[in-house]
Design a protein around this ligand. Sequence first.
Ligand code: CUV
Ligand code: SF4
Length: 639
Amino acid sequence: MNKKDDKNTKTMMDPKDCTACDSTAQMITKARKDGVVLAFDRAEDMKPCPIGADSACCKNCFMGPCRLNARDPYKKVGVCGATIDTIMARNFARAVASGAAAHTDHGMAMLELFRDVVNGKILDYEIKDSFKLHSVAKSLDIETEGRSDQDISTDLYKELERTYTQVDGEMPFVKRVPKGTLETWRKLGIVPRGAMREIMEMMHRTHIGVDQHYENITKQANRTALSDGWGGSMVATEISDILFGTPSPVEVGVNMGVLKEKMVNIIIHGHEPNLFESMVVSVASPTLVQAAKDAGADGINLVGMCCSGAEMMSRHGIPHAGNFSSTEAILVTGAVDTMAVDIQCIKQGLAEVAKCYNTPLITTNTRAHIEGAVHIEFNDHLPMECTDEIVIKAISRFKNRVHPIEIPKEVKTGIQGFSHEYVQYMLGGTFRGGYAPLNENIINGRIRGVAGVVGCTNPRTKQDDSHIQLVKELIKNDVLVLLTGCAQIAIAKAGLASPEAAHYAGPGLREVCETVGMPPVLGLGSCVDNSRILIAASAMVAQGGLGDSIADLPVAGAAPEYMSEKAISIGHYFVASGVYTVFGVTFPIVENTKFHNLLFNGLEEQGLGKWGFDKDPIEMARKMIAHIDKKRKELGIDQ
Ligand code: CUV
Ligand code: SF4
């Protein structure tokens, strides 16, 4: 079924047009030779519905689905009378709710793990970063002086649980929001209460016959998205740092060349770091290493993909094999002895491709099973039962390898692991007379501004290409770039994460990079680690000289190749936090409508940020730089 039929062969896109990643292109070619279909080919085969692409379709009740005409959006309404603005706002808000739910549920799983580590029910993990524990506790006004880690942790757990369960009041991390930003939120009534409440209310309000004013729907979408950025995601990041260590710069190799022909190759792909952390322990077990050697291997090679891969790369320097669009392609090497996954961004198509190469695909999370995959449940209380089993499956597949191996050679080394603490330490920390060095460098114009480039890759556009073009254009114009997720991997594969890449930067940024010895792009980790960008932005406001709200900062955000609802939630929490955020590929909206005008202008008039859209990465950079320059002018630092 997965084999391509002949009629498709003629129309197939050149692999070089599918991706800017040579390894992935090589594997697309091999897959076609092997008769294996990948997402790139399915994307060609699957024409998006134009009405759905514009978000002009509603299926929120069973009087519909109702399809409106994007060319004449106000001509028709749904059976219930819903207008194009109501329909688009509801669809958008539900994407925010789903994305926020994903990050929030991930954060909650981390918090539960933390709780059981603290109360002694889980013994396989521990608090690795007591310094971070203290700093997070202090940021929430929890007393730390003279208290044990145990006591501080107990209080921190209780406090952070409110992120989820609180029904009224303000979420704990709202304490970190700059004064000006918080005032705007309070005035607008969008300070998030508790994530469960915000997501529940969002789902309720988008049900047929409830909230039918696009402005009011968007107001709750703001609140829901903020409960992700300053709630679920931030909890996931901070708790993971406390349990597993705060990242600091580390040199690491990225791309498919990190696979080793003579070793047992295991890929972990997903989002929650606990599975991966335990895998690190399992692959170091002398018994299992011996078993691998007995099977004829030189050893066990553990590598990551996607977001948990990005986290492990940042925290521990574990090699990273590629981003979202490469997860099926890498199986085509024949060298993957097991791929184990947990949650989010795991294509169901992996099961079929894995079968073609005899690679066990193992699901591990109770929330995410895949038909055709082997499910070995991961249990925080007995983690090694699952991870040892994964290694055993991999060794046995190594022993019985039947497919010829073809591993692309590309590996690029660069520096990863820039936590917000490290960015501050490197570019901030001590005040020199006036402002901290990052702010000083922005004020004196060496650094024109800061851009966050984040998000997925998407087979509807050439993989990595927009990320690379956008980032090169930004750094050339002295914009310091912060990266997370699949964007970070795209840029690492392009060799831009090494300090030598400073020669792509404009003269001001290059000087800063050379002085500090840093690359012109700073990789912060996974999608939930976008919360690090929020914290860094808050620190910039706190250090002075750049206004009193995030909306005042000369910063901008982009997700040029996004595909997930999580990306919509992330984009929207940046917008609601005051950041101009530009997306590429496609935007689920009809232009020249009231809802479009609200997202792209109206929110900024309310004192928040605003959305932008451009398919062309250079145009996108131009828009971001123009916004940065506008903010510089408003701050009076546009000399
Ligand atoms: Ni959470 S959400 S494709 S793995 S960045 Fe990568 Fe990242 Fe998008 Fe998914
Ligand atoms: Fe149609 Fe209204 Fe039902 Fe949507 S909610 S499907 S617009 S009738």
